[in-house]
Design a protein around this ligand. Structure first.
Ligand code: GLY
Length: 370
């Protein structure tokens, strides 16, 4: 199966995303082609290390570039100041210079943490992303957002630091648990719903092949990366259009917070799935879009086995007022109005800046009963 290349067009900081099977085992040669003199450190977690570290270390060693390896515990708690300190300290202890490369091998937690460390050690080192989850391959590894969590909220501390290269080895997805693959798929569907209705229709027809692997999976990841690369190239620092990538995230983040980030109840991509369905339902309630579009989104999420309504979350949820408070912790309420990503129809999302808080609360009350 051939490798697809997507370019992120950021002028002299442009980089390639390579998508296809077997890329981890070719990592040494691919990194050396782009960063010929760089010595390397790999940052990974214990789970990913067991499955994918050896081929990457071997390929780097084979090109004369035996890497330092920094292995951390798996899980969201690793996106912390103490892990950042460990990574920074070990990069410096390995005597890497600014022109050397820090490689993130893992999912979103490892990618975000490692990118942040690479962005601040020696005022910014070369950074390579080797994402091993679907969510990381289609979203977090692309676009340069890096960071850690604060006890006061997720992703509150970080920097923009673009990678020099992204190696999305689609073979790594073969061993992902189905629930994790599905959660990443929510972000794939998101790109169709933002502004690529034909892609959404294609997903409705081909999602089973995307789940089973092969060419359709590579195509879905490549389309997602193209969509993200387009947005990032026109609004790298999220002063405008990049906010569209947050479709489903306002409701989703509130639900994640309301379930105390308990992954047994709700993981990020599942929150985004419910959030996207709610954003479409809410748009219909505000007479911006047809309820048929919301029904179509819900039907697709249900077909792939993703949760699509609040009642799909196991256990009790707080009431509508408490959910609204979680939303306002995530965003500013300006004179009783909020900014949301809403839609005028399938694939016609837009940034709505004046959404009345009262409408949000009534909608949440309705949804809590439904
Ligand atoms: N994950 C949203 C963004 O990169 O902007």
């Amino acid at each position: 199966m051939s490798v697809v290349t997507v370019e992120v067009g950021l002028g002299d900081r442009a980089y390639e995303i390579l998508i296809g099977p077997g890329l981890i085992a070719r990592g040494g040669e691919l990194i050396q082609q782009r960063l010929p003199k760089a010595r390397c450190a790999i940052v990974t977690d214990e789970n990913v290390a067991a499955a994918h570290l050896e081929p990457l270390v071997e390929s780097l060693t084979a090109v004369g570039n035996a890497p330092a390896v920094i292995t951390l515990p798996a899980g969201e708690k690793t996106k912390s100041f103490s892990s950042l300190e460990t990574v920074v300290d070990q990069i410096i202890a390995a005597r890497l210079e600014r022109g050397d490369a820090v490689i993130a091998l893992g999912g979103g937690v490892i990618g975000d943490l490692t990118g942040f460390a690479a962005g601040i050690v020696r005022r910014g080192m070369n950074f390579v992303q080797v994402p091993t989850s679907l969510l990381a391959q289609v979203d977090s590894s692309v676009g340069g957002k890096t960071g850690i969590n604060s006890p006061r909220g997720k992703n509150l501390i970080g920097v923009f630091h673009q990678p020099k290269l992204v190696l999305a080895d689609t073979g790594a997805l073969d061993t992902l648990p189905l629930r994790e693959f599905r959660a990443g798929y929510a972000e794939v569907a998101k790109y169709g719903l933002i502004d690529r209705p034909d892609f959404f229709t294609w997903l409705e027809q081909n999602w089973q092949e995307v789940f089973s692997g092969g060419a359709a999976r590579i195509e879905a990841i490549a389309q997602s990366c193209r969509a993200k690369a387009d947005v990032v190239a026109r609004d790298e620092f999220e002063t405008g259009d990049r906010a569209l990538l947050n479709l489903g995230h306002t409701f989703g983040h509130a639900l994640e917070a309301a379930t105390a980030y308990d992954g047994a109840r709700l993981v990020h991509g599942e929150g985004v799935a419910i959030g996207m369905a709610l954003a479409h339902r809410f748009s219909a309630r505000l007479n911006l879009a047809s309820p048929d579009d919301a029904a179509r989104v819900e039907a697709h999420l249900r077909a792939v086995g993703l949760p699509w309504r609040m009642s799909d979350i196991p256990g009790d949820l707080p009431d509508a007022d408490a959910l609204f408070n979680y939303i306002t912790q995530d965003k500013k309420v300006s004179r009783g109005a909020l900014t949301f990503i809403l839609t005028r129809g399938l694939g016609q999302s837009f940034i709505a800046k004046d959404v009345p808080a009262s409408e949000v609360i009534s909608f949440l009350k309705e949804q809590r009963q439904g």
